[in-house]
Design a protein around this ligand. Structure first.
Ligand SMILES: *Cc1c(COP(=O)(O)O)cnc(C)c1O
Length: 409
């Protein structure tokens, strides 16, 4: 038997069925007309943003990193809740615009922006977080060609990373951002060029559950921004402090204490380094805002026994839920929280069963040897924490089963 991650707080059963957004899962499956299905709970999205605002200093803007979940109804919903969208491609720019989000509150990071993407973003008035000197030259040339002053910020590759984070995005040699030592000269060049100087973007990592680690990183980020602003000699208009707030996915994971993070950030804002007194600050979060609001529902096609191990074969798999299979940025495969959605809250402790997808590869495992009640054909398996990096971050083309349905409840 292997442990699984904690089911996010607030999911309950009614007459044996898992309830999402006030309705049993059978309601949502009937509405979508099919499984596999991602259901995202709009009230949870709203609640999450409200919870974050209550914990963070008022001065801090909240941005949504849309790559976590760019489903159009989710974007439209989030558009009314957050202060900014962070995008990482021309495709995401189109999605953000489609959702009606104002371009002057969008920022665009990501290495390898091509000239078409730069042109679309600069023409729209999006802030470009520059990832290299070459990109800066191309952005300035694009602005000149279009006859507009581009809004330019520098993504800084910090000299530190977010401790305990799942994905390290800073510290040492990285494809992301511009090494801190080269930033002041470039910032001056941008300001002197007639472009609109928008400041720094400093992202040090992702999926941190330790408040101490986040607090330390934010302190380092503020100190770095202060030092770079001083060396640049220009007061800093804007600073994106990154994010990295994680959610519990695995056995033993505890939720991040955002109250502690917010309190420390408030204190830091009261004692800002010179040159940052007037700076506008933002954080950018993906999974923390949307991850727990999503549940992936997949129906059992077959149950079989091999050498004593019970395999529950479902109509979904890693082509929708790569992360739950353990193949998206994790070193060791561990179990996401899962449940039998039509027998939710079954007091029967159950026995060890493995939930596998229907792809012809041994890596297609949604849960390994977890305690679940007896399962038969037609039952429904719920995979929790499916609101981020699910549908859009999985290889839906692989093996031709097609994409999963998605629904905002
Ligand atoms: C992916 C990404 C995010 C969002 O990360 P989460 O772990 O989902 O919060 C934020 N900022 C940048 C620059 C990213 O690349």
């Amino acid at each position: 038997m292997k442990a699984m991650g904690p089911i996010p707080a607030g999911y309950v059963g009614r007459d044996g069925e898992l309830v999402i957004a006030g309705q049993p899962v059978s309601h949502w499956i009937a509405k979508a007309g099919e499984t596999p299905l991602f259901v995202y709970d709009s009230a949870r999205l709203t609640g999450r943003v409200a919870q974050l605002r209550a914990a963070m200093p008022q001065r801090l803007s909240i941005h949504y990193a849309i790559k976590a979940n760019p489903f159009a109804p989710v974007l439209r919903h989030m558009a009314g809740l957050v202060d900014g969208f962070d995008i990482a491609s021309g495709g995401e720019l189109a999605m953000a615009q489609e959702a009606g989000f104002p371009a002057d509150r969008i920022s665009f990071a990501g290495p390898g922006k091509d000239n078409r993407e730069l042109e679309a973003a600069i023409a729209a008035g999006v802030t470009i977080n520059l990832e290299s000197e070459g990109e800066m030259r191309r952005a300035l040339a694009t602005g000149e060609r279009l006859g507009v002053a581009p809004r330019l910020a520098i993504r800084v590759n910090p000299d530190f990373d977010l401790k305990g984070s799942g994905m390290k995005m800073g510290g040492g040699a990285k494809p992301f951002g511009i090494d801190a030592a080269r930033v002041p000269a470039l910032a001056r060049e941008i300001a002197d060029s007639g472009a609109q100087w928008r400041g720094f973007h400093i992202f040090a990592g992702s999926q941190a559950l330790s408040a101490d680690a986040v607090i330390e990183t934010q302190a380092q980020t503020l100190a770095l921004a202060g030092r770079l602003a001083e060396e640049t000699g220009i007061a800093l208009p804007h600073c994106n402090l990154g994010g990295g707030f994680g959610i519990p996915y695995f056995p033993g994971d505890e939720p991040l204490n955002i109250a502690a993070v917010g309190a420390a950030l408030g204190e830091a804002f009261d004692a800002l380094p010179d040159g940052l007194e007037e700076t506008h600050f933002a954080i950018e979060l993906g999974r923390w805002l949307v991850g727990e609001a999503g549940v992936y529902l997949t129906r059992v096609i077959d149950v079989k026994d091999s050498h004593g191990e019970i395999f529950v074969v479902v109509d979904g798999g890693l082509h929708h839920q790569l992360a739950a299979s353990g193949n998206f940025g994790t070193v060791v495969r561990r179990n996401y929280p899962v449940a039998v959605a039509n027998r939710f809250g079954d007091v029967d402790a159950g026995f060890a069963q493995s939930v596998v997808g229907r792809l012809c590869t041994p890596i297609d495992r949604l849960a390994e040897k977890v305690a679940l009640p007896p399962i038969s054909e037609g039952d429904l398996i719920a995979v929790f924490c499916a609101g981020a990096y699910g549908a859009s971050a999985s290889p839906a083309m692989f093996l031709g089963h097609g994409a999963a349905a998605e629904l905002l409840a």
